[in-house]
Write a protein that binds this ligand. Structure first.
Ligand code: ADP
Length: 641
């Protein structure tokens, strides 16, 4: 049977097809990245072979050192990228190059907008990998032989990047993979040694194995030598990079550009990182870490199964991607590399989970990551705000997850407050504390469904009148966050919709006296309202937190708030019913009118409408809309009579 007869044509998986199409059309302004992606894959393949050779040393040989070769054929307009790494079996070729194994791919495709500019950013976050070859090539051939298999067990894969690919058995003398790109007519510029060399240099400098290209004659060099080369067809190759793992180099040697490129390599991100931190630790534990804060959240930040964690090396040998044991979940957006001298080379994920060395490293790396955020927060507020927009909600998981670093994390939180100019969460707790009034002992906050409903909350009235700043929390996680934060900088937090209002020293003596007086004056009214609302409320009482509204709802000190209730109910927990406290404003004309209302029917109408309004002002729903409308309509009819 000839090879030809065994050629099989297969269709791409639908998702791969969609992604291919999209990528080719949205990434053309950033074409040269195909080289970065293919060199990265080649280098990963070398890493994987080195790893496999830990248990099968025969897979590596001294006279065949791991390397990547890039060759250009300017006549036929092809580029080939060869590695002598792990290679792929036929089945691996089918799964790796015919499908997209990433979790959340369908979800990602759904999130696309059709706007090319926006989509190209998204696709950058998604990571295009191997398929980026089709940005410049109209045909791609992959010839590959898995390490540990024979020369006649190789596979060749070909595709024009449209709907299908072909796959056939092949022969390959060496283990590894050669990818040949047949350049599109318009992309022939890439089939130029010098042009390619400069791109390779840019993307290969941080790669830990040599990336070789054909040695070039300097212009005007010895013509005889050229003739001799041509005669023997013996090509000479030389490394274009310095082939040293970037994190092993001293910090002072590494340029910012190199750090940025390396980030793109480890994270598959297209954008530059916001910040990085490169450290070598010596002493009881020895390791090097290079941590990055990305500028943009990956599309699957909220996907529980999404890959996260650092790339783990042990004594410079690649061990695994996405080692999630080195950082807590709330720092899952951090990317980077950790290279340890204390972990055993044959470590597995299960062993990592139990290794005390990993625990110590995890605490140190967590601290390192938080320090890096602190530094960004102090030095570059604009960049920090950018970070916050992308990852703030994740960091808010921190105080609940990491007791030891609670205070440190609290210092990194940002919120919108009544003093914010716009809607951004750009005020830190330290900013707030710095603006506290004389006599103010607490940090006041309010949680609400949205910023809009927070801003119009009646609970703010007294604070506005007295010019006291209030933090307006409106992220879903905020109430949960606040259940883990009791104080900041020695100042307690106070939810202004919870419990009785106590402004402490911010309240004047005469205000306190007035309060006592009205307590007496309206005692009977409070009782009457209680009789009216019965078990719809936990309590009815006077309040002094209102200036404009007649009434509002408060929650009892230890009751579960609305946001928290929603989160818990969504996670399937049954919660006991909690009832609000109905608070009325003795200074409001409606309340005073109510006090004088002798007609019980009319009294019931007014109370019902006031209660309904208070429910709505909380951003909540009416607990009995029918009852509310009936009473309101009765009042309206009286108006028209
Ligand atoms: P990613 O690298 O993000 O996983 P790619 O689309 O770039 O995605 O590659 C898909 C898979 O194909 C890789 O995960 C790897 O298993 C395999 N692969 C790609 N290039 C090579 C190569 N040169 N050698 C061996 N395997 C490769």
């Amino acid at each position: 049977m000839t090879t030809e007869t065994k050629t099989e044509t297969r269709g791409f998986e639908t998702e791969a097809k969609q992604l291919l199409h999209l990528m080719i059309h949205s990434l053309y302004s950033n074409k040269e990245i195909f080289l970065r992606e293919l060199i990265s894959n080649a280098s990963d393949a070398a890493d994987k072979l080195r790893f496999e050779a830990l248990s099968k040393p025969e897979l590596l040989s001294e006279d065949n050192p791991l390397e990547v070769r890039i060759e250009v054929d300017s006549e036929n307009k092809t580029i080939s990228i060869s590695d002598n790494g792990i290679g792929m079996s036929r089945d691996e070729v089918i799964t790796n190059l015919g499908t997209i194994a990433k979790s959340g791919t369908a979800q990602f495709l759904e999130s696309l907008t059709g706007d090319q500019k926006k989509d190209s950013k998204l696709i950058g976050q998604f990571g295009v990998g191997f398929y980026s070859a089709f940005i410049v090539a109209d045909e791609v051939e992959v010839l590959t032989r898995r390490a540990g298999t024979n020369a006649d067990e190789a596979t060749v894969w070909r595709s024009k990047g449209e709907a299908e690919y072909s796959i056939a058995p092949a022969e390959k003398a060496e283990v590894g993979t050669t990818i040949t790109l047949h350049l599109k007519k318009d992309e022939a510029e890439f089939a130029d040694q010098w042009r390619l060399r400069s791109i390779v240099k840019k993307y290969a400098d941080h790669i830990a194995i040599p990336v070789l290209m054909e040695k070039q004659q300097a212009p005007g060099a010895d013509d005889d030598a050229e003739e001799k080369d041509a005669a023997t067809h013996e090509k000479e190759f030389e490394p274009v990079n310095d082939a040293k793992a970037l994190w092993t180099r001293p910090r002072s040697d590494v340029k910012d550009e190199e750090y940025k490129e390396f980030y793109k390599y480890v994270s598959h991100d297209f954008e530059d990182p916001l910040q990085w931190s490169h450290n070598k630790v010596e002493g009881k534990l020895e390791y090097t870490s290079l941590l990055y804060i990305p500028a943009r959240a990956p599309f699957d930040l909220w996907n529980r199964d999404a890959a996260r964690g650092l790339k783990l090396y042990v004594q410079r040998v690649f061990i695994m991607d996405d080692a999630e044991q080195f950082l807590p979940l709330y720092l899952r957006f951090i990317k980077g590399v950790v290279d340890s001298n204390d972990i055993s080379l044959n470590v597995s994920r299960e062993i990592l989970q139990k290794d005390p060395v990993v625990d110590s490293m995890r605490s140190a790396l967590t601290k390192r990551a938080l320090d890096m955020l602190e530094k960004l927060h102090k030095k570059d507020k604009a960049a920090y705000n950018k970070f916050w927009k992308q990852f703030g909600q994740v960091l808010k998981e921190g105080p609940g997850e990491d007791f030891a670093n609670k205070d440190k994390i609290a210092g990194l939180l940002q919120f919108t407050t009544t003093a914010s100019e716009g809607d951004e969460q750009d005020q830190s707790l330290a900013d707030y504390v710095g603006r506290m009034q004389e006599g103010q002992k607490k940090i006041y906050y309010l949680t609400s469904e949205s910023l809009k409903s927070a801003r119009i909350s009646p609970h703010l009235e007294i604070f506005r009148k007295k010019g006291i700043e209030v933090i307006l929390m409106h992220d879903r996680i905020d109430e949960w966050l606040m259940s883990h934060l009791q104080e900041f900088d020695g100042k307690q937090f106070q939810d202004i919709a919870r419990g009785e209002l106590d402004l402490g020293d911010l309240e004047k003596e005469e205000e306190k006296e007035k309060k006592e007086e009205s307590e007496k004056e309206f005692k009977a009214l409070v009782e009457r309202i209680k009789d009216q609302l019965k078990d719809r409320v936990k309590e009815v009482r006077l309040t002094h937190r209102l200036t404009d509204s007649p009434a509002c709802l408060a929650i009892d000190d230890h009751d579960i708030g609305l946001q928290m209730r929603k989160i818990m109910e969504a996670s399937g927990q049954a919660l006991p019913e909690t009832k609000p406290i109905f608070e009325i404003n003795p200074d409001h004309p409606l309340v005073q009118r109510l006090d004088k209302e002798a007609d019980e029917d009319r009294f019931a109408d007014l109370v019902s409408v006031m209660f309904g309004q208070a429910e709505l002002a909380e951003g909540g729903q009416l607990d009995d809309p029918g009852e509310f409308s009936a009473h309101l309509n009765k009042l309206l009819l009286q108006l028209t009579q």
